[in-house]
Design a protein around this ligand. Structure first.
Ligand SMILES: Cc1cc2nc3c(=O)[nH]c(=O)nc-3n(C[C@H](O)[C@H](O)[C@H](O)COP(=O)(O)O)c2cc1C
Length: 411
C-alpha cells in the first residue's frame, strides 16, 4: 500500500493495493439491484454503477453476485454462474474503467436466505403459487438445516460433496469475474449469508470439521478465501467483507472477527471491509444491532486495522467529507465506502473534493463533463453577483438584469 499524502487530502490521494491503483479512496459499496433475470445484468446496472464512476469514485463495486444459481436470494439477483454472463459484465467493467474508476465485484452465496421475493415484497419466501409466474421456489443450502427466520423454509445442511461443489462454484465464478474484467474481488462473508452461516454458532450446529470450535466454523470461510485467491491473480487485490458483530443475541463479536481476519491475512486477503449484522437469535431480520449513527462501523475498521495490520474499509452512514477524511487521517481506515450517500448524490466525490479544497475538483469527471462545467464556473467569474448586466432583447434593446430577481424584465 502507498501513502503519499502531502497537502492533498488523504481521501483524494491515490492508493495502490498489489498491482492496482485507485485514483482516490472513495469506494462505491456493493449494492444489490434485484434487476437481473437468470443472473444477467443489463442497462440498469450499466447506468446505475456507471454513474458512480462518472461521479469520481476511485473503486466502483457492482453488486453481490451469486457464484451459484442456488446462492441467489431472489430470481432477480445478479449471478456469474454461467459463461454467458461474462460479456454482460465485461460491458459494465469496460465502462467503469473508461471513466477512470477501478471495477470491483463482490462474489457471494446467500445460503439459507434463498428463494425469496425481493425487498419490495418484504423478502417473503417463494411458494408453489409463485411457480405459475415463473418464480419457482428452490431449496437453499446452509451449514445446518436451520431456517433464517422461525417457520421459514428449511435449507439443506451441506454434506461434504455439497461443500466441494460449492467451492468449485466459487472457483469458476472467480475465473469468470476475471474474464469479465474486474480488478478487485471481494468475498461476501457478512450479512447472514452462507459464509456467515458457517461462522456463527447460532446457524452452525455441525459436529464435523466444519463446525464446533471457532477453527471449525472458520474452515469454510478460509477454504473459500484460498479457492478464490488461487484464481485471483497475484497482482490484483482480494477483499473480504465481514460482519464484525452479528444481530441481537448474537455470539460472534470483534474478538472472533479478529481471529478470522488474521487467518484471512495469512491466506492472502488484502483488505477487510467492515460491516455488521445479519444473523440474530430468533431470526435474521434487520441487519444489525448497531445504532445507525455516522460512522457506526468505523470502530470495527479501526480495531481490525490496528490489530491485523491489514488495510480496512470503513462503511456506514458516512456522509460528510470531513468525517471521511478524519477517519483516514486518524488511521481508522484506508478506504471509505458509501452506498446510500452515493445513491443520493452520485457526484459525492466531486462535492467532497470541493469541500476539502482540492485544487481542481472538476478534473475528477470525464473531460466531456469537465469542459462544460468549467464554462459554468467561468460564467460565474465573468459576471459576479451584483455587477451591471444588460440582457439583449433585440439588436438595439438592452434590458437590465436584476440579480435578486434572477430575470431581466422589459416592463
Ligand atoms: C440498495 C442497497 C443494496 C445493498 N446491497 C449490498 C450487497 O449487495 N452486498 C453488501 O455487502 N452490502 C450491500 N448493501 C450494504 C451497503 O454496501 C453498505 O454497507 C450499507 O448500506 C451501509 O453504507 P451506507 O450507510 O453508506 O449506505 C446494500 C445497501 C443498499 C442501500
Amino acid at each position: 500500500m502507498n501513502e503519499t499524502s502531502g497537502d492533498l487530502p488523504l481521501l483524494f490521494t491515490p492508493i495502490a493495493l498489489r498491482g492496482i491503483t485507485a485514483r482516490n479512496r472513495i469506494v462505491s459499496s456493493p449494492m444489490c439491484q434485484y434487476a437481473s433475470e437468470d443472473g444477467m445484468p443489463g442497462e440498469w446496472q450499466l447506468v446505475n454503477f456507471g454513474r458512480f464512476a462518472m461521479g469520481g469514485c476511485g473503486i466502483v463495486f457492482t453488486e453481490e453476485t451469486a457464484v451459484d444459481w442456488r446462492g441467489r436470494k431472489t430470481h432477480e439477483c445478479a449471478g456469474i454462474y454461467r459463461d454467458e454472463h461474462v460479456p454482460a459484465y465485461r460491458r459494465i467493467t469496460d465502462f467503469i474503467r473508461s471513466l477512470g474508476a477501478v471495477p470491483a465485484i463482490q462474489l457471494g452465496h446467500c445460503g439459507r436466505r434463498a428463494s425469496q421475493h425481493g425487498p419490495l415484497k418484504d423478502r417473503a419466501p417463494l411458494t408453489e403459487a409463485d411457480a405459475a409466474a415463473n418464480r419457482k421456489p428452490w431449496q437453499g443450502l446452509s451449514s445446518s438445516a436451520l431456517p433464517a427466520t422461525p417457520g421459514g423454509p428449511l435449507p439443506k445442511a451441506m454434506d461434504l460433496d455439497d461443500i466441494r461443489e460449492c467451492l468449485a462454484a466459487w472457483r469458476e465464478a472467480s475465473q469468470r469475474a476475471l474474464d469479465a474484467g474486474y480488478d478487485v474481488c471481494e468475498i461476501h462473508g457478512a450479512h447472514g449469508y452462507l459464509i456467515h452461516q458457517f461462522l456463527s454458532p447460532l446457524s452452525n450446529l455441525r459436529t464435523d470439521s466444519y463446525g464446533g470450535s471457532l477453527e471449525g466454523r472458520m474452515r469454510f470461510a478460509l477454504e473459500v478465501a484460498e479457492t478464490v485467491r488461487a484464481v485471483w491473480p497475484q497482482d490484483r487485490p482480494l477483499w473480504f467483507r465481514v460482519s464484525a458483530v452479528e444481530g441481537p443475541g448474537g455470539v460472534w463479536g470483534i474478538e472472533e472477527t479478529l481471529a478470522l481476519a488474521k487467518a484471512l491475512k495469512a491466506r492472502g486477503i488484502d483488505a477487510i471491509d467492515c460491516s455488521s449484522g445479519g444473523i440474530a437469535l430468533g431470526g435474521d431480520g434487520g441487519l444489525t444491532p448497531v445504532p445507525r449513527v455516522p460512522g457506526f462501523q468505523a470502530g470495527y475498521s479501526s480495531e481490525l486495522r490496528r490489530e491485523t495490520g491489514l488495510p480496512t474499509v470503513a462503511v456506514g452512514m458516512i456522509r460528510e467529507p470531513r468525517h471521511a477524511e478524519a477517519l483516514l487521517r486518524e488511521g481508522h481506515a484506508d478506504f471509505i465506502a458509501l452506498a446510500r450517500g452515493l445513491m443520493d448524490d452520485p457526484n459525492w466525490p466531486l462535492h467532497a473534493a470541493r469541500d476539502l479544497g482540492i485544487a481542481d475538483p472538476l478534473a475528477l469527471l470525464h473531460p466531456r463533463e469537465t469542459q462544460r462545467l468549467r464554462q459554468l464556473e467561468q460564467h460565474a467569474r465573468e459576471y459576479p453577483a451584483g455587477s451591471a448586466i444588460g440582457i439583449p432583447f433585440g439588436p438595439e434593446e438592452q434590458v437590465s438584469y436584476s440579480w435578486g430577481e434572477g430575470i431581466a424584465r422589459r416592463r
